[in-house]
Write a protein that binds this ligand. Structure first.
Ligand code: ZN
Length: 128
């Protein structure tokens, strides 16, 4: 880690402690990262460098978390593309090609629905 980055991380750790986060004995699970994890008042566990991390108890759980993260990444990417496509459509093609626009909007709607479902599943699994 560069000295500059180290300073940023140290500052972040100090800020976390100031906001009442608890430093855990566990280290960040990201490979090559040996920073201690912090538990926020909200219960979320974060690494000062990598942000939110998941502590898993089994390989099965690790796979599930990884596939969910991948899914979210794909969705985010798709969402960005749809928004870009919509915003760069020339005015005349919006007027002429409503069908394309509607198609894109449908994709966007599905993305948002899947996201919502993923997040509500996450909340449910946390509550249990
Ligand atoms: Zn980390």
């Amino acid at each position: 880690m560069a000295i500059e980055d180290k300073k940023v991380v140290e500052r972040r750790m100090a800020e976390l402690l100031k906001t009442g986060a608890a430093m855990l004995a566990q280290k960040c699970p990201v490979e090559g990262c040996y920073l201690p994890l912090f538990k926020l008042k909200t219960g979320e566990v974060i690494c000062p460098e990598h942000g939110r991390v998941y502590i898993v108890k089994s390989d099965e759980e690790a796979k599930e978390v990884a596939s969910r993260a991948l899914m979210l990444k794909v969705l985010e990417d798709l969402e960005g593309r749809v928004i870009e496509a919509l915003s760069t459509l020339p005015q005349h093609s919006i007027d002429e090609g409503y069908r394309d626009v509607i198609g894109w909007l449908e994709v966007l709607e599905r993305i948002m629905r899947i996201r919502r479902e993923l997040f509500s599943e996450e909340r449910k699994s946390k509550a249990s």
